[in-house]
Design a protein around this ligand. Sequence first.
Ligand SMILES: Nc1ncnc2c1ncn2[C@@H]1O[C@H](COP(=O)(O)OP(=O)(O)O)[C@@H](O)[C@H]1O
Ligand SMILES: [Mg+2]
Length: 364
Amino acid sequence: MATLAHELRNPLAPMRNVVDLLHLKNFADPQMLWARDVLDRQMTQMTHLVDGLLEVSRISEGKITLRREVLDLATALKYAAEACQPIVTAASHTLTVELPHQPIFINADPTRFSQIVQNLLNNAAKYTPNGGAIWLTVRREDEQAVISVRDNGIGIATEHLPSLFEIFTQLDAGLERSQGGLGIGLSLVRTLTELHGGSVSAHSAGAGLGSEIIVRFPLSNEPSATAISHVSDLPARNAARRRVLIVDDNEDAAESLAMLLQAEGYDALTASDGRTGIRIADEFSAEAIILDIGLPDMTGYEVAQAVRQSQPGKSALVIALTGWGQKQDKQDAELAGCDFHFTKPVDLERLLAILADGSVDPGA
Ligand SMILES: Nc1ncnc2c1ncn2[C@@H]1O[C@H](COP(=O)(O)OP(=O)(O)O)[C@@H](O)[C@H]1O
Ligand SMILES: [Mg+2]
């Protein structure tokens, strides 16, 4: 599955670039705008599916490590609810969040915790006819934090409750509402929760009668001063031009990324193999080099090492761009002298931030 996800990411990368590029154009024709937005939404959906597959393969190989910290549930739930607000609003649902008066702390990986809650809220929004109601509540019960996501939607027939958390389970009743899901979400919820020492359960009085998914987490007894504040503060973009070289044998990917960067005021060139890349990096005194790893004549890591030997290459910002987002790839990239490692399709906002301010900590 990891290989499949990787292969799917390759065509996704140039498609994403082209869509981002279309966002920089002004269209007079409303139909063009609409077409662009359809592409954008569907691509985002496809990227989520691919990410989901990759997640599942990592989990099944036991490759997930939790980065736990003491989480203030009120804050963590508020962020997760905010992240889901767009789809809740789009379906005209009302989301009621009930937080406890006393703070509750758990010991959890903030990213994973957010993934759990967002999956549940997403499902509640999907499997509830428009204009429904969703409740996100948390309470303390003995030594556990009990988080409930409840809705007044299509419900779950009693006989299906036991298999609900199994991977690739999709119930007939919900199929037309599944919006291209794969039946991965709840299995991720269960695995991630259990990795934290917690448990999950599903409740419904039956078809048409709404559903409730309950997640239990062990409490952490140390309240903390470092309770999360996960705000992404990307550095401000500055107008400083940078000469950027993109080395990628997928010419659509290289060209589309170059066009995007040119549209943002960068001087961008492309090369489609390693040797040409090394030559151009030197001639062009590239200030930033974006490297695909699987190249026809050598690996991107070898290109990075070669570039590092030359004078202009020493101080260049080197960014590895691969379909693989595994830990090992990040380590390989670092060893080869890359400053950053990106997974395809590239997150343009983050790439621009890094190009504008190359001093950000690698891996930040
Ligand atoms: N809140 C809910 N109400 C009714 N059915 C649900 C709800 N959440 C999940 N389901 C059912 O459980 C199945 C599995 O959910 P999930 O693993 O998230 O997969 P997906 O949403 O991709 O189909 C869904 O396809 C749906 O049939
Ligand atoms: Mg789902």
